[in-house]
Design a protein around this ligand. Structure first.
Ligand code: SF4
Ligand code: SF4
Length: 146
């Protein structure tokens, strides 16, 4: 599966374009996160590898901007296991192991559309990183986050 980040402008945000793309292409797409208001929105989707190019093209034809979200990475040398990031994560992607070290679940993390833990860490131990095989699989169609 490949994660893509849709950005919708204020004109698109009230349109059912995710549903339209799913129905028109008959592809199962998981919605991992969505932040939407009247000025626009960001939606993180998970798309089957083999369908990425088709889905990206379909969203672009409807006017959405499509990118690959950055994910986060923890520098264990900097982390002092304060736990501040654990409770803040909205998708429970951060846990504490038996030896009290911090463990990130990259399957759950929605990355740069969130970034709450990156901003919250007092040790600056968490960074946004460019990620994923998706860049290789669909580099012609998907722009990386800057
Ligand atoms: S970026 Fe957001 S979703 Fe990902 S681990 Fe940090 S708080 Fe959780
Ligand atoms: S907030 Fe930073 S220092 Fe504290 S547990 Fe999380 S990664 Fe480690």
């Amino acid at each position: 599966m490949v994660r893509i980040l849709l950005r919708l402008n204020e004109n698109l945000v009230s349109e059912p374009i995710v549903s339209e793309v799913i129905l028109e292409n008959k592809v199962l797409v998981a919605i991992l996160a969505a932040h939407i208001n009247s000025k626009g929105g960001e939606i993180v989707l998970e798309v089957p590898d083999e369908e990425v190019d088709k889905i990206v093209s379909a969203f672009r034809q409807k006017g959405a901007t499509v990118t690959v979200p950055k994910l986060i990475e923890v520098d264990s040398n900097r982390c002092f296991s304060c736990g501040s990031c654990v409770a803040l994560c909205p998708v429970e992607a951060i846990g504490v192991t038996e030896d009290l070290s911090i463990q990130f679940n990259k399957e759950k993390c929605v990355g740069s559309v969130c970034n709450i833990c990156v901003d919250a860490c007092p040790a600056r131990a968490i960074n946004s990183v460019k990620f994923s095989n998706a860049e290789n699989m669909c580099s012609s169609n998907v722009h990386r986050e800057k």
